[in-house]
Design a protein around this ligand. Structure first.
Ligand SMILES: Nc1ncnc2c1ncn2[C@@H]1O[C@H](COP(=O)(O)OP(=O)(O)O)[C@@H](O)[C@H]1O
Ligand SMILES: [Mg+2]
Length: 267
């Protein structure tokens, strides 16, 4: 059994209403999507903007309710979870968003931001929490010199490292990473990607790695799900998708990569 089993999920959003308030249009954001994710594995969800990638990530975490389909995490039915069960499930699955400026509260110090999940979910005392935060900030390459600082004082790359530390506090089994480097300077993207990969190896984390850029996933993904218009158009190992894409859509996405895939990696 996989850590995460997603079966046949669909979600439509209403896009308009007439003068009587009746719904007039629907966006089929996600249509009959199924996949699985093993412990310690990284599944990249790729596709152009509007493909439904973020909606899939949010449905998995039950931040959005799907119209149909089922989700099992660690053997538990996510959709049927009671509030108490969901609270426990949420310790095991965390999320990192694209823009760390908007995912971190500007009025909270770095120490408080990273410690917050420990306050909410554990009975650890302040001293132990601070020690845990120091260890985590060390792990993500920030060190403890920013403990008392506020988000506005850090760069985008540093803030994303803080967001990663925060996501790790409760020792999750899976992190949904939604375009985690897209908002960062090109110069720090690979550093943050490498950090995510190193943490994955060290901690045995599974990632659902949402990304619109196929060029970024080669270093981190094991398997790839290609989405277009809310549907899965192709899936396979990262080698399959890079070297032997079956669908024209995937071939086009690959052709859009500015730097060619190294020749050594081709057949
Ligand atoms: N809350 C929402 N209300 C209405 N439409 C939405 C909402 N969220 C997403 N959509 C629509 O669903 C589609 C898929 O969106 P999204 O999952 O964000 O795609 P992606 O992350 O691949 O760019 C898009 O057409 C988007 O406009
Ligand atoms: Mg998105």
């Amino acid at each position: 059994m996989s850590l995460l089993e997603v079966s046949d999920i669909s979600k439509s959003f209403s896009t308009g209403r007439d003068f009587l308030g009746r719904r007039t249009g629907w966006t089929h954001a996600v249509q009959n999507v199924s996949f699985h994710l093993g412990t310690g594995e990284c599944l990249a969800v790729v596709g152009e903007s509007g493909a439904g990638k973020s909606t899939v990530g949010r449905i998995v975490l039950r931040l959005i309710e799907p119209d149909t389909g089922s989700i099992a995490f660690d053997g538990q039915d996510v959709r049927a979870a009671t509030p108490t069960q969901l609270r426990a499930l949420r310790r095991g699955m965390q999320m990192i968003f694209q823009d760390p400026h908007s995912s971190l509260d500007p009025r909270m110090s770095i120490l408080d931001a990273v410690a917050e999940p420990l306050v909410v979910h554990t009975g650890l005392d302040r001293k132990t929490r601070t020690a845990t935060v120091r260890t985590l900030l060390d792990k993500v390459g920030i060190g403890d010199r920013y403990l008392a600082r506020y988000p506005a004082e850090l760069s985008g790359g540093q803030l994303q490292r803080v967001a990663i530390a925060r996501a790790l506090t409760l020792k999750p089994k899976m992190i949904v990473c939604d375009e985690p480097v897209a908002a960062l300077d090109v110069s720090v993207r690979s550093q943050v990607l490498n950090l995510l990969r190193d943490l994955q190896e060290e901690l045995g984390l599974a990632y659902l790695f949402v990304c619109h850029d196929l060029a970024l996933i080669e270093v981190i993904a094991d398997r790839v799900l290609v989405m277009a218009g809310g549907r899965v158009v192709e899936s396979g190992t990262v080698e399959d998708i890079y070297h032997n894409p079956q669908q024209e859509y995937t071939q086009k996405l690959l052709a859009a990569i500015p730097v060619p895939v190294p020749r050594s990696a081709r057949h």
